[in-house]
Design a protein around this ligand. Structure first.
Ligand code: HEC
Ligand code: HEC
Ligand code: HEC
Ligand code: HEC
Ligand code: HEC
Length: 239
């Protein structure tokens, strides 16, 4: 029988029959599994500290804040008014980078700004990549912090020295709670929250740490910061 011969010639050992369903599950599962790993692996949430994605435009905080001295609120306009710190629209960049001649002495037609010019022409926003991304079940509010003397630097580090923004703090529950249990270690006068280089003025032979505690304790009273029970209550951050 030619048919049988052929079958036998290509026959695999019997145990392969048991393996096959596993191989199928493995292949299908793998196909689904791979993109999950890739998407999640590159999300801000998992990479956490050190995450510094390449942006569509090589915008530098070091240049614009550190050298040109532009205040954070010029671009992040809602940071002291709302939960969310707005990312500036293209029109904010075009205040200086417009192709009109002689606007603020900025050079024209930089290739690095091509996506900004395109966005201006089409009305489609530049697709900035989010760096910090807190878990959705946590309530966070910028204005609640910024208006009580918590500086950007406490949570974002020296952004004014960053060519590319990088996440420097874990945004974990224990990190939030460390400060909520002892806010006096971090508070400064509200006028100084966007001055990332601010240091507490030392008196006599105080250390800088002692000066911070003295000023911080005064500000806890002045700004009527909530008591520790409220600051560490679950419902403050999980509402
Ligand atoms: C001239 C406009 C401008 C100024 C001034 C500015 N920023 Fe930004 N900022 C941007 C833009 C554009 C982005 C989005 C691209 C990026 O992440 O670099 C951004 C992103 C950020 C991010 C990351 C947001 C995220 O996706 O998680 C932080 C944090 C930040 N800025 C903090 C600051 C601080 C602090 C200051 C002041 C010391 C400041 N910025 C001043 C334009 C500005
Ligand atoms: C207050 C004025 C001002 C604003 C607002 C501003 N810039 Fe700039 N920017 C400058 C100056 C000044 C330079 C350095 C000189 C130059 O490149 O012409 C510069 C340089 C740059 C460069 C480097 C250009 C190159 O070819 O080296 C990029 C990229 C850039 N800015 C992006 C942005 C983006 C994106 C925004 C909006 C989020 C923005 N800028 C907002 C003033 C500004
Ligand atoms: C108490 C900590 C804290 C302080 C102070 C703080 N930030 Fe943030 N910032 C965060 C966290 C947490 C996120 C991520 C929020 C999210 O994913 O919902 C964030 C996100 C951002 C973003 C991205 C947009 C957004 O709201 O998600 C920008 C821009 C930003 N911060 C700028 C600033 C600037 C500018 C200041 C100072 C004026 C500042 N932040 C002060 C913790 C802080
Ligand atoms: C460096 C200090 C610091 C860090 C870090 C910090 N906070 Fe706060 N937080 C404060 C201070 C100070 C207040 C103001 C409390 C007040 O007004 O009584 C505050 C207020 C809040 C409030 C508003 C409470 C209210 O009802 O008025 C929320 C919500 C909050 N923080 C959530 C968070 C979360 C979530 C994180 C971590 C992702 C965080 N905070 C990290 C210092 C901090
Ligand atoms: C100051 C803000 C804050 C307070 C107060 C707070 N949490 Fe959280 N919580 C967070 C943040 C931020 C995360 C996200 C952690 C992460 O993504 O790693 C979180 C995560 C969690 C999670 C998820 C599991 C985990 O550990 O990641 C649970 C459960 C939780 N909190 C329960 C509580 C309970 C119960 C309380 C009261 C005893 C509480 N939290 C108080 C900020 C807070």
């Amino acid at each position: 029988m030619p048919e049988k011969n052929q079958n036998q010639r290509f026959m695999f050992p019997r145990w392969v029959n048991y393996l096959l369903p596993l191989l199928v599950i493995g292949a299908v599962g793998g196909a689904l599994y791979a993109p999950v790993i890739v998407n999640y692996g590159f999300s801000a949430k998992t990479l956490n500290v050190g995450y510094a994605p390449e942006q569509p435009v090589p915008y530098s905080h070091e240049l614009h804040v550190g050298e040109l001295g532009i205040d954070c609120k010029y671009c992040h306009t809602t940071v002291d008014k709302a939960a969310f710190a707005a990312i500036p629209p293209t029109s904010t960049c075009m205040n200086c980078h417009s192709n009109q001649p002689n606007v603020n002495g900025v050079k024209k037609g930089s290739v690095k700004l091509a996506p900004v010019y395109d966005s201006y022409a089409t009305g489609k926003p530049v697709e900035w990549i989010k760096v910090h991304d807190l878990a959705d079940y946590v309530y966070f509010n910028h204005s609640a912090h910024v208006n009580k003397g918590v500086s950007c630097v406490s949570c974002h580090g020296r952004v004014d020295k960053m060519e590319v923004v990088e996440q420097v703090k874990p945004l974990s529950m224990s990190w939030c709670l460390d400060c909520h249990r002892a806010p006096e270690k971090h508070l400064r006068p509200v006028e100084e929250v966007t001055n990332l280089a601010w240091k507490p003025a030392v008196q006599g032979n105080e250390t800088e740490e002692e000066a911070q505690l003295r000023i911080g304790e005064e500000l806890v009273k002045k700004y009527q910061i909530h008591n520790k029970a409220y600051m560490t209550s679950c419902s403050t951050c999980h509402r």
